[in-house]
Design a protein around this ligand. Structure first.
Ligand SMILES: Nc1nc2c(ncn2[C@@H]2O[C@H](COP(=O)(O)OP(=O)(O)O)[C@@H](O)[C@H]2O)c(=O)[nH]1
Ligand SMILES: [Mg+2]
Length: 456
């Protein structure tokens, strides 16, 4: 990227609409805007009604130009926004004359990239921005708007301050003889690290559990073959979407459908029954099932209470126990038949929080009602107030690494290995700061900005 370029793009979606915006940023933005409108000046932040002309002096459109003088603009460079008539043609013609006058077509995300490079926004705000553009729910949009205002940035700043203070203490202590270090300083540092560690853990767990709000909810229906997974899906949808049969291994591929629970969209994935099999196609389906579990924030595990709990069920339970920080529903199906076991028998084996329910898909309406009540209850748990929410996998990973570094720091602090302690604290600081001002910027740069839409 050449930062001396003046870039231009249409920053509104192409299509029928009342207005469109052509946005220009860079040293020549003002000059180009003046040339194509035949004006002599634009007052910063004033809306000026004028016309755009092509090089044959033909009027292309009547527009409103707003000039944002640097550094008071989105990119901190000179920015001119030209509001023209919507539709496909006007904005394209204006874009074309800007290009003819020396502007360069912006790459996707290039406006935001400049805003970041010029210190106008931090990484957490960029993340919020790209997610707001893609967000599909009001709830997500509101949370992201708070991040855009820099809420997560403040949280990171405070943490960095606290950890830098700990680091400073540690550096001073390195110069002391071990026996000369005041006991109160040691206990003070210890409690500081514990406090920060607990804070990070709670933010991590809280956020992990709520990723569905931002990324959309995904619910996998899992269980061994023939427990009634596909029948549960059909009951929830109240029509026969999936083929069900007494033959084990009927569902070989994953089947996906959306349902709406009080305004929240949940994507339901009916999976192939998980078991050991020689059948190649079934086995591919099972791998897909397991992958879908890892990508889901809600897991609906189905057991057949009319047959005794066997090894295949135990496999499912083992898998469930690895799924921390997710919403889990344990469903005992076929409750119309005499039970071989009860919820409490499974309760003893499950190590993660869950909601338990007994159903029979033979009465689909009743079954659907009961399950939907549970879904609503789970979604209600997702309500968030002023808590900090990490909204991307990158942020979650950064905090997870920081927690790990702090655990290591705590360990070595017990033996007063201060140099190692300082090293681990520095690691934690680096990881936390990556959320706002990444250390290894170049690695993530193209990936992050490439996901942006043009004109942002
Ligand atoms: N009695 C009874 N049979 C059921 C119930 N749910 C499913 N079945 C039967 O169990 C068999 C397997 O169901 P299916 O939904 O294909 O199971 P999947 O392999 O887990 O998807 C079918 O014959 C269903 O009719 C139920 O609640 N009660
Ligand atoms: Mg099935």
């Amino acid at each position: 990227m050449n930062e001396n370029n003046t870039i231009v793009a249409i920053s509104t979606p192409i299509g029928i609409g009342a207005t469109a915006i052509v946005r220009m940023s860079g040293k020549k933005a003002l000059q180009i805007a003046l040339e194509i409108t035949k004006k002599t000046n634009f007052s910063p932040r004033y809306a000026t009604l004028c016309c755009v002309y092509n090089n044959k002096d033909e009027i292309l459109d009547e527009v409103i130009v707003i000039y944002f003088k640097n550094p008071a603009s989105y990119t901190r460079e000179d920015v001119c926004e030209i509001q023209c008539h919507g539709g496909i043609i006007a904005a394209k013609m204006i874009l074309q004359v800007c290009l003819e006058k020396g502007a360069t077509l912006a790459a996707p995300g290039e406006f935001s990239k400049r805003a970041f490079l010029n210190g106008r926004i931090d990484f957490s705000q960029i993340n919020a921005l790209s997610k707001i553009i893609q967000s599909t729910s009001e709830k997500a949009s509101k949370i992201l708007a708070k991040q855009l205002k820099g809420e997560l940035g403040k949280f990171v700043d405070n943490l960095r301050e606290d950890l830098l203070r700990v680091l400073a203490y540690s550096e001073v202590m390195i110069d002391y003889g071990e026996e000369d270090i005041p006991a109160d300083i040691i206990s003070n540092i210890d409690s500081q690290i514990q406090k920060i560690q607990n804070l990070l853990k709670s933010v991590y767990e809280f956020s992990k559990m709520r990723q569905g709000i931002i990324d959309g909810h995904h619910m996998s229906i899992i269980g061994k073959p023939n427990v009634g997974k596909s029948s549960v899906l059909n009951a929830i949808l109240l029509y026969d979407r999936a083929i069900t049969s007494p033959i084990a291994g009927t569902t070989r591929d994953t089947i996906e459908e959306n349902i709406n629970i009080e305004g929240n969209i949940i994507r339901i994935i009916d999976t192939a029954g998980i078991r050991k099999t020689q059948d190649e196609i079934e086995s591919l389906g099972i791998t897909k099932s397991i992958n879908s579990i890892f990508q889901s924030d809600i897991i609906l595990a189905v057991f057949d209470s009319s047959r005794i709990l066997d090894n295949e069920d135990m496999e499912i339970i083992r898998l469930l126990n690895t799924q921390e920080n997710k919403h889990c529903i344990i469903t005992l199906n076929k409750s119309d038949l005499p039970p071989m076991f009860e919820l409490k028998d499974i309760e003893e084996l499950i190590q993660i929080p869950y909601e338990g329910i007994k159903i029979s898909t033979k009465t689909p309406e009743k079954c659907a009602l009961a399950l939907k009540e549970i879904f609503a209850k789970i979604l209600a748990k997702d309500e968030i107030g002023d808590e900090i929410l990490l909204t991307s996998e990158f942020q979650l990973q950064a905090i997870k690494k920081a927690i790990c570094s702090l655990e290591n720091a705590s360990d070595v602090f017990k033996n007063l290995e201060l140099e190692l302690f300082s090293y681990n604290i520095t690691e934690a600081i680096t990881n936390i700061c990556n959320i706002t001002q990444p250390y290894e910027i170049s690695e993530m740069f193209d990936k992050m900005f490439g996901e942006f839409c043009l004109g942002k």
